[in-house]
Design a protein around this ligand. Structure first.
Ligand SMILES: [Zn+2]
Length: 594
């Protein structure tokens, strides 16, 4: 398996003038495909399509989807800034042995979660990823190491024997394109030239392996973890970021389906119109399906938490074998649902089951019916039934994963509203009533708020909820209790602001201060989201994270400075009575929004 990190699908297949620095000839300007080797596999030997990623389009979640078949929970990063918040099963872990080469930011996460000694990871040093040098060196480093391994096997009999076993995986992580994409953008000569380097390298390694084994029993998969936007970035759900190429060829992979008349199937969206593949059927997949495909091709069990669906158009197997593989796929996904449901049932006070699935008896009956269809040779029916079962089960898994969402969203929303009300009462008390209003609590109100908290915490405790849930429950109660205690400020503030004696200046000054408080809140929340997202990324991620931290500091800093400045002005000028000050809050507002 080779992954061209940050290789966007269209760039892999479109034609461009020769981007090679060495070519100064007159033909250099003639557009040509940059990956002729991969192209030949699409046209004559294998199966191709677009692999659609999910967001965030970052290296880590992309690799986890491709190799473990699961879409990693983005919030998992908040459970600790460790390499793997939770270790996971993967295609590598299911292999007899995996050799991997590439970035120190990607390889270790598959090595550490796996059975000890099963995954070899050969990485360059982090300093080698420096942006300033030619990033294609990251790819040639990998190709040289792969060649080195097979070279060593000529002299090392133990290694030679090891390499001739079945169920082996070789993983080439090619980071060059991601680095050139960030530094020069995907239209640049540098990025396009890097595509050539990757294509030539994959060609060399394919020939090397074919010659070494000379038995035609190797399958090859080439894809990318995410794409790259025109601005040289990725992370969001823009199609340039989510569409990556997928090409498979070799043992067990179907030959291309060529249309004799008109366009082949799969090109309906028009995305691939200028790839020169109109006559070749395009078979799109979801990114996690690649894990299922690799498991099948290498003869491995599906990774336990894989939600990948076996992409049948890629298989050259007879229908009966496909039906069996699909049934296994369905049973593996069903097992995941069962385990998750058991866990939920064990902790939930009043569990509401997913209506689409029926009880375990019902799904057993469905499995039995698929088995009968296979036994009778009715493969197409069996495949359709397995497919249906997979879809329902995936919905069920989604149901279980989002079981608490309504509850949590309600808590968080009430908490935010409470914070806004709290900020408003603070501003009114400080700037309208000049601190004259007192907090007022009664025994009744204290008992009321405490009992809600005790009730919520008891439920969370019984359900063995994460400590985060306890925080989510605390904030709304804390803020609303404060608002209640300051209800006098609200009443008096209303009288002062909207009463007959309120001046325009007081009114506008109050309004700007409320905006300032909400601005701080918005900045804090925005930064939290940005840093959470950035923490998922790899090498570029650490740089992005640093950039975002600076950005957030500036943003929060300028907002706070703006508020302080406003407060200072008011101290200086007394009440906002002259025109000059009426302008300044307006200037200040620019700082806030800027
Ligand atoms: Zn990147």
């Amino acid at each position: 398996m080779s992954i061209g990190d940050g290789l966007r699908a269209d760039k892999a297949f479109q034609s461009f003038p020769d981007p090679s620095p060495s070519n100064n000839g007159s033909d250099a300007l003639t557009p040509r495909p940059l990956a002729p080797f991969l192209r030949s596999k699409v046209l004559h030997e294998g199966t191709f399509g677009v692999s659609h990623t999910r967001v965030p389009t970052e290296s880590r979640p992309g690799h986890v989807a491709l190799i473990a078949g699961l879409y990693e929970d983005v919030s998992a990063v908040t459970t600790g800034w460790k390499l793997n918040p939770v270790n996971f099963d993967s295609v590598f872990n299911r292999s007899r042995h995996t050799w991997s080469w590439g970035s120190p930011d990607i390889l270790p996460m598959f090595q550490i979660g796996a059975v000890a000694g099963r995954v070899d990871a050969s990485t360059y040093g982090a300093e080698f990823e420096d942006f300033t040098q030619d990033a294609t060196a990251l790819d040639t480093w990998v190709f040289e190491r792969v060649k080195g391994l097979f070279e060593d096997a000529k002299r090392n009999a133990t290694l030679n024997r090891q390499l001739r076993q079945d169920k082996l995986v070789f993983f080439l992580h090619l980071l060059g394109l991601d680095t050139t994409g960030h530094a020069y953008r995907p239209y640049s000569k540098e990025y396009l030239h890097n595509i050539k380097i990757v294509d030539e390298g994959v060609k060399e390694i394919t020939e090397l392996i074919d010659n070494f084994y000379a038995d035609g029993k190797t399958a090859y998969v080439f894809t990318a973890d995410h794409g790259m936007s025109d601005w040289g970035s990725h992370g969001d759900g823009h199609p340039d970021n989510t569409r990556t190429p997928l090409i498979a060829w070799g043992s067990g992979v179907a030959k291309p389906i060529i249309s004799r008349s008109g366009k082949a199937k799969g090109h309906e969206d028009g995305f691939s119109h200028d790839w020169g593949f109109d006559q070749v059927q395009r078979n799109d997949v979801a990114q996690a399906d690649v894990a299922a495909l690799m498991s099948y091709l290498a003869g491995l069990a599906y990774p336990v938490n894989s939600v990948g669906e076996l992409p049948l158009p890629y298989l050259s197997a007879p229908k009966a074998d496909q039906a069996n593989a699909m049934l296994l796929n369905a049973r593996q996904i069903l097992e995941m649902y069962r385990v998750k449901e058991e866990q939920k049932k064990a902790t939930e006070l009043r569990y509401r089951p997913f209506s689409g699935m029926g009880d375990s008896q019902a799904s057993e009956e469905r499995i039995a019916s698929i088995r009968r269809a296979i036994a009778k040779g009715n493969s197409s029916y069996a495949i359709a039934q397995s497919n249906e079962l997979i879809q329902t089960t995936l919905q069920g898994i989604r149901y279980l994963q989002t079981y608490d969402w309504l509850f949590l969203r309600a808590l968080v929303t009430i908490g935010y509203l409470g914070f806004m009300a709290f900020a408003t009462t603070t501003v009114i008390n400080l700037h309208v009533l000049h601190g004259s209003s007192q907090e007022r609590r009664t025994t009744g109100s204290t008992i009321f708020f405490s009992s809600i908290l005790v009730a919520l915490y008891s439920v969370l405790y019984i359900q063995r909820s994460s400590w985060m849930y306890f925080l989510y429950a605390l904030f709304p109660l804390f803020f609303w209790e404060e608002v209640w205690a300051r209800r006098d400020a609200l009443r008096e503030g209303k009288r002062a602001l909207f009463g007959p004696k309120a001046s325009f200046e007081e009114y506008s000054g109050f309004f700007i201060k409320v905006l300032a408080f909400l601005g701080v809140l918005e900045a804090l929340v925005g930064c939290l989201i940005l840093t959470t997202k950035a923490s998922l990324t790899t090498v570029v991620g650490t740089k992005l994270l640093r950039a975002r931290t600076v950005y957030c500091t500036v943003r929060v800093g300028s907002t706070v400075a703006g508020i302080l400045w406003y407060g200072f002005l008011e101290e200086e000028q007394g009440t906002c009575s002259d025109m000059g000050l009426l302008l300044r809050p307006h200037e200040h507002f620019h700082i806030l929004t800027g």
